[in-house]
Design a protein around this ligand. Structure first.
Ligand SMILES: CC(=O)N[C@H]1[C@@H](OP(=O)(O)OP(=O)(O)OC[C@H]2O[C@@H](n3ccc(=O)[nH]c3=O)[C@H](O)[C@@H]2O)O[C@H](CO)[C@@H](O)[C@@H]1O
Ligand SMILES: C=C(OP(=O)(O)O)C(=O)O
Length: 513
């Protein structure tokens, strides 16, 4: 077998193992082999007979042999039969962005961390691969989306799965926890969606307060740590970024003094991280504000459980699905604090909806509501729509406003000042009947209402624009194809199946041959 083919089979086996909620050692036990043999198989370093593939299939309760015959290890695409109205109710899942922060924060804890109702998405899988590779034992608890995380006595950074690490930007959030463990270490450059240049400078600057010095060399961040004493300190963030705030929080969590973080992001994933840190015994004052004061604990060793809150971006995606398909659906478990400006903007465009009383998320803190959408004509807003760090219209929700504007009467300017390279992907809507004009790299003009039509489109290499095109396809009568949707699976769990439960028809498929 060619190395390439073996590597693809290895990846399929690894994915199937994650889906089955098994660690490498669990699978090894079922196959009566060693964990290192499983590592080798998953890395594509082991020739496999059909007989061994059948045994692995059986152990994972999946059809690997059939999959290999149809070369099913390639890209996943979606076939959409559009033009159907949606109805019924759907629950919002917990967020990608809290999940990745919490996975990184589990590195702070020597005890067992259990994360309940974690989003089972590709971004989480990539971080799990990185954690597994450095010796952290992770496993999905049976019949659940609860993840148990048990750290090793010492992380094996040399063993880090570099390929998985480079596929996500979140690995940058290893810096904050790891600076307490090593005086000298390196991490691969952070990757993720192709949204243009995304600075890591604010991360580096904020972490110098904890003695971290990072040199970027040939694809690696080379980190040196000169541990500082336990004195109090103040960090002024130059950007109110989410992951930079999280990195500073994680560094402060094991710093046995008081750290004041100013210009902190109060956004949803940061709040989830703060609630989790509190459970670890760290004191965080000012949660939900732009000044956080952290009183850290040098050694954290507790068995802890935490359930992150629901994803406001997924909630917004589902609202957009309702608007584009002119459907009345109930979107349950929406974190209302992080959707208020979005809803006010939609109300300004003439959208009607009903909302239940508030209730608490499983974390006991975040306020949730159920939202039922109403159909009716929308008009373009008078002013441009632009995002702001929280509290503002969420940066990741902006693409959904381009789609909604394309359904409204009139012309809307959408101004994405944040990402150098995201607005351009919104012009992909033109392939399915939208009228979106790129004014400059950051601004698009959207004319509505659109008459959506079918097409075959390659998914843009960015999560939210990819979903926006998928949602437009739901409204286009006939069959559309969205090709290579890995980026969508980076952030949404079972999106096709869940939309289908509302009456959509979205079928995943792979190329054969
Ligand atoms: C894992 C995670 O949580 N990812 C989210 C996080 O990424 P993350 O926190 O990594 O976002 P970045 O740090 O890349 O910030 C996004 C862009 O905004 C710019 N910027 C940000 C804040 C600010 O006050 N000024 C400013 O100019 C940055 O320079 C960058 O170009 O926040 C982004 C912005 O909300 C979201 O799109 C991502 O989904
Ligand atoms: C840009 C996004 O996320 P990330 O930071 O994971 O690339 C997103 O969620 O839309």
């Amino acid at each position: 077998m060619s190395d390439d083919y073996l590597a693809r089979i290895g990846t399929t086996i690894k994915d199937a193992r994650h889906r089955a909620g098994l660690s490498q050692s669990d699978l090894a036990a079922r196959l009566e082999t060693s964990q290192s043999a499983v590592t080798r198989i998953e890395a594509g370093g082991q020739n496999l007979t059909l007989d061994s593939l059948a045994r692995i299939s059986e152990a994972l309760d999946t059809e690997l042999v059939a999959l290999t015959r149809t070369k099913a290890t390639g890209a996943v695409h979606l076939k959409v039969e559009g033009g159907r109205q949606l109805s019924g109710a759907i629950d919002v899942k917990t967020s990608k962005n809290a999940a990745v922060a919490l996975l990184c924060a589990s590195l702070l804890n020597k005890g067992t961390t259990t994360l309940r109702n974690l989003a089972r998405i590709e971004e989480v899988n990539r971080i799990l691969e990185v954690l597994d590779s450095i010796g952290v034992r992770t496993r999905w608890l049976p019949d659940s989306s609860d993840l148990e995380i048990i750290p090793p006595a010492r992380f094996d950074l040399e063993g880090m799965d570099e390929e998985a690490a480079r596929r996500t930007r979140s690995v940058i959030m290893f810096l904050g926890p790891l600076l307490h463990e090593f005086t000298d270490f390196r991490l691969p450059y952070a990757g993720g969606c192709d949204l243009g240049t995304r600075t890591v400078e604010p991360h580096m600057t904020s972490l110098t307060h904890f003695g971290l010095d990072v040199q970027a060399t040939q694809g690696w961040y080379e980190a040196q740590v000169d541990p500082k004493d336990g004195a109090d300190r103040a960090i002024i963030l130059t950007e109110r970024g989410d992951t930079v705030t999280e990195n500073a929080l994680m560094a402060a969590a094991r710093h046995p003094g008081r750290t004041t973080i100013r210009n902190a992001s109060p956004n949803y994933m940061v709040q989830d991280l703060c609630f989790f840190l509190e459970k670890l015994g760290v004191t965080v004052e000012g949660i939900g504000s732009t000044t956080l004061v952290v009183s850290g604990v040098r050694d954290i060793d507790v068995d802890v459980e935490y359930s992150p809150s629901e994803d406001p971006i997924e909630a917004m995606s589902l609202i957009a699905a309702a608007v584009v398909t002119e459907s009345e659906i109930t979107i349950r478990r929406c974190p209302i604090e992080f959707l208020e400006i979005e809803l006010a903007t939609l109300a300004g465009m003439g959208m009607k909806y009903a909302m239940t009383d508030e209730y608490k998320a499983h974390n006991g803190r975040t306020r949730l509501v159920d939202i039922t959408t109403r159909t009716g004509p929308l008009r373009a807003p008078i002013d441009k729509i632009h995002p702001m760090p929280f509290p503002g219209l969420n940066i990741d929700n902006l693409p959904f406003f381009a789609l909604i504007a394309a359904c409204a009467h009139g012309t809307t300017t959408i101004h994405d000042w944040v990402y150098d390279n995201r607005a351009i992907y919104l012009t992909e809507l033109n392939k399915v009947g939208g009228k979106v004009t790129l004014l400059d790299p950051h601004r698009v003009l959207v004319e509505g209402p659109s008459r959506w039509r079918t097409n075959e489109v390659t998914c843009p290499p960015a999560l939210r624009p990819g979903v926006v095109v998928l949602l437009a396809m739901l409204a286009a009568p006939g069959t559309s194809y969205l090709r290579n949707v890995y980026v969508i699976h980076r952030g949404y769990e079972d999106l096709a199946e869940r939309l289908n439960a509302l009456g959509a028809s979205v079928q995943p498929y792979r190329d054969i041959g």
